[in-house]
Design a protein around this ligand. Structure first.
Ligand code: 3PG
Length: 216
């Protein structure tokens, strides 16, 4: 069984450098470099590439091969998918829900994982695995900020990455919540256009600096 992380260790590695994690969906493999270029130009060189279509794995491999973006895999639903994502070069894994087998597989490989949770039962199950950083998904549908406030009182050593419904308009209120370690979402990359992505990334970095005093 995987040893629990010490309470002081967030277990995120380089992912801990970022307050905002752009979600990337790849419908056209030809857009991978434009998306990466935009993120790098905007000062937010991190991407959670979703495994939601036929191009996800190739997108991870292409983006990771550039060496200028911290690339993770999102929407990982099974151990097999996690293995493929790590083989493709993913440096972190995000899952929409809590699957203990996936959590143990990824951590045993020495890679950070941020599994999704929604309910207190799921938070406790993740905590029991030694995890202290979780994705709250789908945050917007379930009144994310109110849930975060309720969890902050109860799960005092847990921190969350709300996802689902986060945008430039509500990023500040999420990042300034004390139970939040980062926020993620597709709004930064959804245009597919390098210049628009750079502008959205710059705006997110600025909001991170204003609300938390850190870069992105
Ligand atoms: C996720 O997988 O994290 C969410 O689907 C992102 O949701 P968004 O598209 O509303 O940002």
């Amino acid at each position: 069984m995987t040893a629990p992380l010490p309470l002081s260790d967030d277990g995120l590695g380089r992912l801990a450098e970022f307050d905002v994690v752009p979600l990337v969906g790849i419908s056209d493999p030809g857009t991978v470099d434009a998306i990466a270029d935009g993120l790098v130009a905007g000062g937010l060189p991190v991407a959670e590439v979703a495994l939601r279509g036929e191009h996800g794995l190739a997108g991870i491999a292409r983006m990771a091969s550039r060496g200028d973006v911290l690339v993770g895999a999102g929407t990982v639903l099974s151990v097999d998918q996690a293995r493929e994502a790590l083989d493709a070069g993913a440096s972190f894994v995000v899952t929409p829900g809590l699957d203990v087998e996936v959590v143990r597989f990824v951590r045993d490989a020495g890679i950070p994982i941020v599994p999704g949770v929604l309910t207190p039962t799921e938070v406790q199950a993740a905590r029991r695995e030694g995890l202290r950083r979780l994705k709250l998904f789908p945050a917007g549908v379930f009144g994310g900020l109110k849930v975060l406030s309720a969890y902050a009182d109860v799960f005092r050593d847990m921190r969350f990455m709300p996802s689902g419904g986060i945008s430039q308009a509500n990023l500040a209120e999420h990042l300034s919540h004390p139970a939040v370690f980062a926020a993620s979402g597709s709004w930064i990359t959804s245009s597919g256009d390098a210049e628009q992505i750079a502008a959205a990334a710059r705006a997110a970095v600025a909001i991170g600096l204003e609300t938390r005093g850190s870069a992105a």
